[in-house]
Design a protein around this ligand. Structure first.
Ligand SMILES: O=C(O)CCC(=O)C(=O)O
Ligand SMILES: [Fe+2]
Length: 342
């Protein structure tokens, strides 16, 4: 397993921001967070406010959900198209790509399917995209748990937004007014075991290199490994972001990069095969078929209000540094990106 020392992603004790002993300490941690997002686009946060037990429970629930028979999972199918992003998507349904909008190119990319299944849930009070839940009799408590995780993660999200604002030198509460609607999305992901050779040959993928669409993503990953982040100094070179028990990996999405006039970096990442252990090998017709272990991960994608127009963040433009982008709403931006994923 690669070690965190090989990773460009810094580790920050966010407890020192949340429970700072002085305004100076709070500011110092905020500046570290901002610096990580300005340079790498990714950070590990420990003591982030989501209790480790809640994260452990989340993986338990994810396993329980994906272990259900397909017919149960198909009782809350993801609607056709990419915009209404709720419910269950089976293996190979979604293909994550990076800014590819051409139909022929998309069809070509889809020949190497992402070997994953997922379940997506948003806010229970979202009038636009109501949640799609499995039958409560098949998995009692699942819905309540997802709502609890969603609500807890939202608090951490806003603290991270406060840290970014403070670190940038703008009003700490600047982002609050843009996040009153809770348009966030919780995603449970399961990558089943897959032949390592198919992953290496590019015939199958777990998740190909991409950046996220929203403002920030807060990812919990299990002990499997395989997540890689593009090296900030070497485009095209990916470095491991191995699991740290209890830590969240937080990264900037494309929308916040745009909002910040590209000051904050939305960095490419992907999930490759972790180094397989001998015990994962299985004999198939005399040949050794190396299977990767399964992976579970739980990204929490954060977005700004759909209808609030955003313009370049204060401090990110000046007479000599012009604004690169037109004002846009998060709704317009995300819809444009989601429509090509399905
Ligand atoms: O499985 C992971 O750790 C990565 C998931 C991811 O990057 C995504 O869903 O956008
Ligand atoms: Fe991602």
């Amino acid at each position: 397993m690669p070690s965190v020392q090989d990773s460009p992603v810094p580790i920050i004790d966010f407890g020192l921001f949340r429970n700072a002993s002085s305004p100076q300490q709070r500011k110092q941690i905020a500046e570290q967070v901002f610096e990580a997002f300005r340079t790498v686009g990714f950070v590990y946060l420990i003591n982030h406010g989501i209790p480790v037990e809640l994260m452990d429970d989340a993986f338990g629930w994810a396993k329980k959900f994906f272990d259900m028979p397909l017919e149960e999972k198909m009782k809350c199918p993801h609607p056709p198209g990419g915009e209404y992003h709720r419910g269950y998507s089976g293996l190979g349904k979604e293909k994550v790509s990076q800014m590819v909008f051409d139909k022929e190119k998309l069809a070509e990319l889809r020949k190497a399917p992402d070997v994953k299944e997922s379940f997506e849930a948003g806010s229970e009070t979202d009038p636009k995209f109501p949640n799609l839940w499995p039958d409560a009799a098949a998995i009692p408590g699942f819905r309540e748990f997802c709502v609890e995780y969603f609500t807890t993660a939202r608090k951490t999200q806003m603290e991270v937004m406060h840290a970014i604002a403070l670190g940038m030198g703008i009003d700490e509460t600047f982002f609050d007014a843009y996040h009153t609607d809770s348009t966030n999305q919780l995603r449970l992901l399961h990558y089943p075991p897959v032949e390592e050779s198919a992953l290496l040959a590019g015939e199958k993928e777990r998740i190909g290199a991409h950046s996220d669409f929203g403002t920030i993503t807060m990812l919990a990953q299990d002990a499997c490994g395989g997540l890689e982040v593009e090296d900030p100094h070497q485009p095209g070179v990916f470095r491991p972001a191995p699991p740290i028990k209890g830590a969240l990996i937080v990264n900037i999405g494309d929308f916040l990069m745009r909002w910040s006039n590209d000051v904050l970096k939305s960095t490419l990442h992907r999930v490759r095969a972790p180094p397989p252990k001998e015990t994962d090998s299985t004999d198939v017709e005399g040949a050794k078929l190396r299977m990767t272990p399964p992976r579970y991960s739980i990204p929490y994608f954060c977005s700004a209000n759909r209808d609030t127009v955003i313009d370049c963040l204060p401090g990110c433009w000046s007479d000599t540094v012009p604004k690169k982008y037109e004002p846009i709403t998060a709704g317009e931006y995300i819809a444009m990106r989601m429509n090509v994923t399905y």
